[in-house]
Design a protein around this ligand. Structure first.
Ligand code: NAD
Length: 366
């Protein structure tokens, strides 16, 4: 096995202790007074290739919260790339602050920090970062993906993330119900942002009974009008009588408080790091008989899209074809989990770790 450990609750909050427990290679703190830039770039593992992962802009409640987020997110990218058969490693960046900071100078300054890593980290979109932001970053570095299609890039990865997540929900339904039809299933989509909105569309087209929630009321009303989904309040999500819960907002929503309230059959969504603690909360779901589709597996469509761009000569069909494999990979993980008694999250991590450690040996040859 490689040095990548499973996620335990981080007991000691010091940075080296966290980095040590999760196995990161490098963490870079970037600061620029004039633009207000405070960024952290975390490179988790580069055995399979350069680290690739999006940049998230978020108003973190503390710098510690930003560190924990970037460490967990970058580690998730390692697992995501490995289980998806991609030849890239795991990395991620967070920008501390809100969208009002996003000026040309701010984004280009960040681009220069990415450039300074010489290609060990390649960036892309994540929460609050969009394709035009990538264009500014690209003025300072070539280590960027998610550029507009008209400029040879793969464009917004969110539709392919949503498509892969949809296939992950369907294969989870196949496992739980014996058939993958979502017609008539009550599905709650939490977060109707870039991914959630596309996902709602796909689910409604299949005849699912979709309920949506978001912290922004105007977004909710728009999406409800466009798709016919029904709005529920953000606070009523967990005890809502639903068949499937699809977290598509931020991570950590599966925890000691939410899991006891859940009565659904399946949790499958696009958000990264849905389990507050992989071991504890993955097990809690399993003990309740709730099927959990590993987030890093079923939300990998966007990474496949930026990977196709990273490899050059981008073709959407290539990324879509790859995203279709999410259905079978998820079903394989859920079947193996049932056979072994390990949680789906642990099963998927083991598969990812196995590929990384075997490829590390291959790379030892001249
Ligand atoms: P986004 O910022 O466009 O959407 C997130 C939405 O969640 C926003 O509308 C926000 O208002 C809402 N939200 C935040 N907190 C909430 C809460 N407590 N309750 C309800 N809604 C809440 O981001 P996105 O790009 O759609 O990504 C969503 C999730 O999917 C993130 O966790 C992201 O890391 C993950 N993800 C995204 C991609 C991608 O291609 N964009 C790929 C893989 C994973």
């Amino acid at each position: 096995m490689s040095g990548i450990k499973t996620m335990e609750s981080v007991k000691d909050p010091s940075i080296f202790s966290q980095v040590g427990s999760m196995g990161h290679e490098q963490v870079v703190f970037c600061h620029d007074e004039p633009t207000g830039l405070k960024a952290i770039i975390a490179i988790h593992n580069t055995v399979l290739g350069p680290s690739l992962g999006g940049t998230r802009l978020w108003h973190y409640t503390s710098e510690e919260a930003a560190v924990t987020d970037v460490l967990r997110l970058s580690r998730g990218m390692t697992f995501k790339a490995a289980i998806s058969g991609l030849n890239i490693g795991g990395g991620k960046a967070v920008l501390i602050g809100d969208v009002s900071l996003k000026t040309e100078a701010f984004l280009r300054r960040f681009g220069r920090f990415v450039e300074s890593l010489g290609g060990r980290y390649v960036t892309a979109e994540d929460v609050n970062m969009k394709t035009p932001d990538m264009e500014y970053i690209a003025m300072e570095t070539s280590h960027v993906t998610g550029l507009p299609e008209m400029k040879g890039g793969g464009g917004d990865p969110s539709p392919i993330t949503a498509y892969g997540t949809y296939l992950g929900i369907k294969s989870s339904a196949k496992k739980a119900y014996g058939k993958d039809s979502l017609t008539g299933k009550k599905i709650v989509v939490q977060g109707v942002g870039q991914v959630g909105t596309y996902l709602v569309d796909l689910l409604i087209k299949e005849g699912a009974n979709v309920f949506i929630t978001d912290i922004y009321e105007d977004k909710l009303i728009d999406v409800a009008k466009q798709t016919g989904a029904q709005v529920i309040s953000a606070s009523s999500v967990y005890d809502f009588p639903m068949d499937i819960y699809a977290p598509c907002a931020l991570g950590g929503t599966l925890n000691d408080d939410s899991i006891p309230a859940l009565t659904c059959d399946i949790v499958a969504g696009a958000a990264n790091n849905q389990l507050e603690d992989d071991n504890v909360h993955g097990r809690m779901l399993m003990d309740k008989g709730i099927l959990y589709a590993p987030d890093f597996l079923i939300n990998a469509g966007g990474l496949m899209n930026v990977y196709a761009e990273f490899m050059g000569n981008y073709k959407k069909e290539v990324a879509l074809k790859q995203a279709e494999e999410i259905y079978a990979t998820n079903l394989r993980v859920l079947n193996q989990s049932e056979e072994s008694g390990n949680t789906p999250q642990q099963t998927a991590m083991d598969i990812a770790n196995k590929r990384i450690s075997s490829m590390a040996k291959v790379k030892l040859a001249f």
